[in-house]
Design a protein around this ligand. Sequence first.
Ligand SMILES: Nc1nc2c(ncn2[C@@H]2O[C@H](COP(=O)(O)OP(=O)(O)OP(=O)(O)O)[C@@H](O)[C@H]2O)c(=O)[nH]1
Ligand SMILES: [Mg+2]
Length: 183
Amino acid sequence: MKVKFLGSYTRDFPPPDYPEVVFVGRSNVGKSSLINMIAGSNVARVSKEPGRTRKVNYFLLDNKVYLVDVPGYGYAKVSKKEREEWKEMMENYFQERKENIKMAFLLIDSVVGPQPLDEQMVEWFEYYGIPFTIVLTKSDKASQKELSETLKKVKKFVGEGAIVISSAKEKKGKKEILARIFD
Ligand SMILES: Nc1nc2c(ncn2[C@@H]2O[C@H](COP(=O)(O)OP(=O)(O)OP(=O)(O)O)[C@@H](O)[C@H]2O)c(=O)[nH]1
Ligand SMILES: [Mg+2]
């Protein structure tokens, strides 16, 4: 798969010449790692400390679709000012790009399960009319019991919405996610 990094933006995003898919979720949930799995190379920056991705990063996949990596939310050590900047940047992003976003992937840690901020994100998608898919990340770290508990909780708030179980470490879920990117 051919993938090219286009740049980091807070506004004036690239022209909507291609449809885009965006990866959102809590800090450290594995957004950048998932993008690397899909790209088949280490294009997105992965880190042990949460809050590594600060801007909206655009990648072009196979000259067909933009992959968008955005900063995570919910990291306790972030100041009120940074939280407000995050909210402003993300509202601006969704407002400007809602027509161009063909799919939002909401990542939820298989072990941690859905948090109130994840449910708020689903409300944003519904408000902006953006289709979304839930991706349960780091499934390699979850026991069968943890995974089924997380699945049960997620199903409660997405109903019949799509859910993909994935692990960047084990390259699990790649086919399902690619199918939803290109459909
Ligand atoms: N075991 C396991 N670890 C993973 C997996 N995916 C990501 N990680 C680890 O989780 C940590 C965070 O991964 P990132 O991909 O940087 O997470 P992020 O959501 O982009 O984080 P921010 O940019 O800070 O919001 C890193 O230490 C990764 O190596 C996975 O599938 N399995
Ligand atoms: Mg990241």
